[in-house]
Design a protein around this ligand. Sequence first.
Ligand SMILES: [Zn+2]
Length: 601
Amino acid sequence: MNNNKNYTLPRVFVGFLLIAMILLTERIGIVYKAQDTSKQILPREEVQNLKVIPKEHDTLIVYDPENAASTKAMTQYDSIMTDMRVGYDKVEISRVTNAVISKYKKLIIIFPNLNDWSTQIETVKEWTDKGGHLMLGYRPQYSGVLASLSDELGIKEFNDDYILVNSFISEPDFMLGSKSTYHIIDGYESSIDPVLSGESHVYAKTEAGLPLIWKHKTEKGMTVVCNFAYCDKAYRGIFAAAFSLLDDVTVYPVINASTYYLDDFPSPVQMGDATYIKRDYNMDVAEFYSSIWWPDVLKLSDKHNIQYTGLIIETYSDKTKGRLAKNEVTSDYDYFGNLLLGKGGEIGWHGYNHQPLCTNTFTYKENKGYNRWPDKKEMKKSLKELDKFTTELFPEEKAQVYVPPSNILSDEGRDVLTKNFKNIKAIASIYFTGKDEYSQEFSVSPDGIVETPRIVSSCVLDDYMRISAFSELNMHYVNSHFMHPDDLLDVDRGAEIGWKKLSANLDDYMTWVDESAPDIEHVTGSGMAGAVQRFVNVIPETKIVNGCVEIDIAGLLDKANFFVRINEGEVGKVSGGNLTKLNDTLYLLKADKEKVSIELK
Ligand SMILES: [Zn+2]
């Protein structure tokens, strides 16, 4: 007993020391270290190739300009093929001759009614039997010509009805994120109902078991069928993955980056409907954000290894002319901003206030009540004030990423921003199109600005967002999410659901990214921009020589990432880069040499 007592004091002392050390560490965390994020973005003149496809074109896409679905699909296929750097030609259905088809190794048909092309289908059949690779890149309709192709397509017989497609499940050896079922909003009776032959390999199906993507080998060639009628931007990754089945090996560049943005952060205390914060926490808005929301958001960053990009806003005043007053109340900016930076995050620009950079020359299709700026000069003045404000607060940071308020940015506004503020290297607006939104592709514009769209948002993360995220993980190996602190003050963005459930949703989404893509690189907004620069610049050409996959990479800046789909064979020795297995047929290649060789066993 006595002995034990002798040890009590030192133990208490050690406890105190530990607490002191923890507190000290946290203090050090508050004193931010400016990150050298600029290192990741390359000087704009280094990016010379803006998604140039290889000179050799081995793929032909046939579409029907008279058919709306086919034209729409063609638009998506243009983006998919360009981003995958496939050497391809497209041709209207009426212009294809036998001689044209015989020049290509791969043929993609993207019109629904094959009867419209009955004159050529015998040639296609022969070409496929002799070694051609044919893909029905859009859901076919029932037709006599389809029935005549059934042997080639691995179809035994057809049932007559169109079947409801409201879910998508990938086989584990096909797409990333295959553990989940993805639900499709507004699904309809859109796909044919085939009975497949035993030799067909199904890669994706609905929850009810309807085959959506399958592959079949002919005597010397192969066919892939996309029995999937939703050919929109949100589903590109599905078609890209299907195309990657159309050869023994398919190599395509990817971005390899995951990032999370916090819009309106740091900012003045949020405004909006605080009903639900009061209901759940009995606190005022300011207290909720500092003592509940922010610690939770930081916990998620620790758990999922996330470095947030905060988009600063100086004031919520809606003034767009006259004297733009400086915000003198900066203690919250210090506190939140430095904690964010201390965790490896980054601060970009959102705006002096939340009024989009638009003058009277911009026509809003939807009236959201924004004030317009009188002219370019006033817009410039507002950004100068924001620049000054940000530099005083965080002198060692230079903002490189701009997120337009409400994702709206006029041509004039973009001009003011990019011509006067050379520190801004990337614009992170939005991937999907809206009424007034500045919608983007992952690309570099001719003026050198990197376009880094955000794909999904908020903590609600509905079915549409989930399948979009799944598609992009497979299209570009990218995740890009944003949310606003004031989501909790807006019923349309889920306020009523409450932060407890919303943060659990967000945690669940982050876990999905981690599990679906454990090797994806976690970056801030600048890191995303740097990754996009490297992605757009490469022009890979792949050949199989003596049992080796040989990839020649023109435009390699320092390193670049590729998906390598190996449908036949196992991987042996690799030179010129690092290969990581993602599933049974898909690998991530990090190339650091212009010549990469992957031995096949
Ligand atoms: Zn905002």
